[in-house]
Design a protein around this ligand. Structure first.
Ligand SMILES: [Zn+2]
Ligand SMILES: [Zn+2]
Length: 154
C-alpha cells in the first residue's frame, strides 16, 4: 500500500463516519467526488471536477454534482473555498485534509494548496498567539492565504 493509497483510505473512513452520523448514504457518485478531491493538490471548480472524473467509474453528471456537493457540505466532508473571482471551488474539509494554506492567483482565481514546514507553523502559531493575546483574544487556529500570480499568469 503506497502512502497515497493509505491517505485515500483514511479519507474514506472519515467521510463514511460523517455520512453515518448524518444518516446519509455514501453513494458511488459521492465517493467519486471525494476521490477526485482527495487526489487533487488544489480546490476544484465544478468544470474541473467534471473533467477529472471523466471516464472513471461513477463518472459525474453535472446535474447530480451540485446536489451531491450540497450533501457533502452538509455532512461536513467538503467545504467551499472563496477565491478572487466569483467561481466556487471545493475541497475536503480542513480537518480531513489536514492543516494547509492556499496560494491564490489574483488574475485567474486559481488556488493551489501549500503546506508550510512544521517548524514554521509552530513559530507562526506562537507569534500569532502573542499578538492576539494583546487584544485579549484566544487564538485557536489560523488561516493564511498567499495572494499573487500563478505561474501561468505571472
Ligand atoms: Zn493565474
Ligand atoms: Zn498554518
Amino acid at each position: 500500500m503506497t502512502s497515497s493509497d493509505k491517505r485515500s483510505s483514511d479519507v474514506h473512513h472519515e467521510v463514511v463516519r460523517r455520512f453515518t452520523q448524518h444518516g446519509q448514504r455514501y453513494t458511488a457518485q459521492r465517493r467519486g467526488i471525494v476521490i477526485v478531491l482527495a487526489n487533487s493538490d488544489r480546490p476544484l471548480t465544478i468544470p474541473q471536477m467534471l473533467k477529472r472524473s471523466n471516464g472513471t467509474k461513477g463518472s459525474l453528471a453535472q446535474s447530480s454534482l451540485y446536489r451531491n456537493l450540497a450533501v457533502l457540505e452538509n455532512v461536513g466532508a467538503v467545504q467551499r473555498v472563496f477565491s478572487t473571482d466569483d467561481v466556487g471551488r471545493y475541497e475536503l474539509n480542513d480537518d480531513i485534509l489536514g492543516h494547509h494554506h492556499h496560494m491564490v492567483c489574483s488574475k485567474c482565481g486559481d488556488i493551489q494548496d501549500v503546506r508550510i514546514p512544521e517548524s514554521l507553523e509552530t513559530n507562526l502559531d506562537s507569534a500569532l498567539t502573542a499578538l492576539a493575546k494583546r487584544s485579549g483574544f484566544r487564538l485557536d487556529q489560523h488561516r493564511l492565504d498567499l495572494i499573487g500570480h500563478c505561474s501561468k499568469c505571472a
